[in-house]
Ligand binder design. Structure first.
Ligand code: MG
Length: 384
């Protein structure tokens, strides 16, 4: 395989650091070309010193000088701001862009990369949630692809390699059920951010861990699957699989179901996206079936986890509804993380923004940005 030149957007976050860990194990296969972070100057500097990228970008422009000073005397070029990031991802020297930013902020640089025909390894699901229609159209126009990094979508992508052109009947997205799977509604209602951050199986960033606790994450993943695999929402089923060893499944017309399995470790889907179609070692544990003993399944409880149903509703409405839901959820989760609102306030705020939405059936990118701003404002008003 020719050495792949990689840009990592959000290199200091959970997916970013795990991506670098995979690359660290295969320096012969990958060259880091660009690293970007929002605020974490110290970690970005350490990563730059270790991986020697051509460019680093600190999105928070007020931290430019600190980063630039700390990399003085190296040949790493330092930039600041999202505009710089959007132009640098388009550089000739970049083959693949790992989208590991958090939330809506990943949209602009991802679109810039697609417009330059770059292959995207996408972990930032909010990009597809908010603007799936626009993003996939730009992807097709520029004749490139989005490879999934999200474990469920990587699993489906891997199962679909067995489809051989046959029609897919349903996708089964598995969910761990999150930290409150066995909690009563009453107990959940007084849960704090610190309770929600104790995810039983996966090591992830704070935003996605809260989304996992509300099951909004699974709702967003239904949307992500809808766009990545061009699948009608009613053909996408969610099933809780608490051990998180089946990462998702594909069902065919004859009832055959193909599942992709492994230990829950994000380095596996990251490695597959980076090296596709080859497979590489990623330093993870392997499944021990006898030790695992059994695998269990249950239906998601939408009474205790109303966000999942809200996501289906937004997807059925279509247009800019998912974008509004995503914007509301970002604001609500940020407030919950600061203990400013209660757990079920997240769903309440999301529902309010969805019902107060100024609906646009076929939103342009401008409509998406506007919807994001408006829904975030409505959500903010619910909090103060
Ligand atoms: Mg996932």
């Amino acid at each position: 395989m020719k050495k792949r030149r990689i840009a990592i957007l959000g290199s200091t976050g959970s997916i970013g650091t795990q991506t670098l860990d995979v690359i660290r194990q295969h320096r012969d296969l990958f060259q880091v070309e660009l690293l970007s972070a929002n605020n974490n100057v110290e970690m970005l500097r350490d990563q730059a010193l270790e991986f020697d990228p051509a460019h680093v970008v600190i999105c928070n422009e007020s931290r430019y000088k600190q980063l630039s000073d700390s990399l003085a005397g190296t040949d790493v070029k330092v930039f600041a701001g999202v505009d710089s990031l959007c132009s640098l991802v388009q550089a000739e020297g970049v083959d693949m862009v790992v989208g590991a930013m958090v939330g809506f902020s990943g949209l602009r640089p991802t679109i810039a990369a697609l417009e330059a025909g770059k292959i995207i390894a996408l972990a930032n699901k909010e990009t597809l949630v908010a603007a799936g229609n626009v993003v996939t159209r730009i992807m097709r126009e520029h004749n490139t692809v989005i490879l999934p990094v999200d474990s469920e979508h990587s699993a489906i992508f891997q199962c679909l390699l067995a489809a051989q052109g046959n029609k897919v009947e349903r996708l089964h997205l598995t969910a761990s059920g999150g930290p409150f799977r066995t909690w009563s509604r009453e107990r959940i209602s007084s849960a704090k951010a610190s309770d929600a951050l104790k995810h039983p199986n996966w090591s992830m960033g704070a935003k996605v861990t809260i989304d996992s606790a509300t099951m909004m994450n699974k709702g967003f993943e239904v949307m992500e699957a809808r766009w990545l695999f061009d699948m009608e929402p009613e053909r996408i089923n969610v099933v809780v699989q608490p051990e998180s060893v089946i990462h998702s499944m594909v069902e065919f017309e004859d009832g055959a179901v193909i599942a992709q399995m492994g230990v829950p470790d994000m380095r596996e889907p990251i490695g597959f996206a980076l090296s596709f179609p080859s497979r590489i070692t990623v330093g993870n544990r392997k499944l021990d079936f006898a030790q695992l003993g059994s695998i269990s399944f249950e239906a998601p409880d939408t009474r205790r986890f109303p966000c999942l149903e809200l996501a289906y509703e937004a997807l059925r409405r279509g247009g800019n509804a998912p974008c509004a839901l995503n914007a509301a959820n970002e604001v609500a989760v940020a407030a919950f993380l600061k203990d400013r609102i209660s757990f079920y306030d997240i769903a309440r705020i999301n529902e309010k923004c969805l019902s107060g939405l100024n609906f646009v059936a076929d939103p342009s990118l401008d409509d998406i940005y506007q919807t994001n701003t408006e829904a975030a404002r409505i959500a903010d008003d619910c909090i103060d």
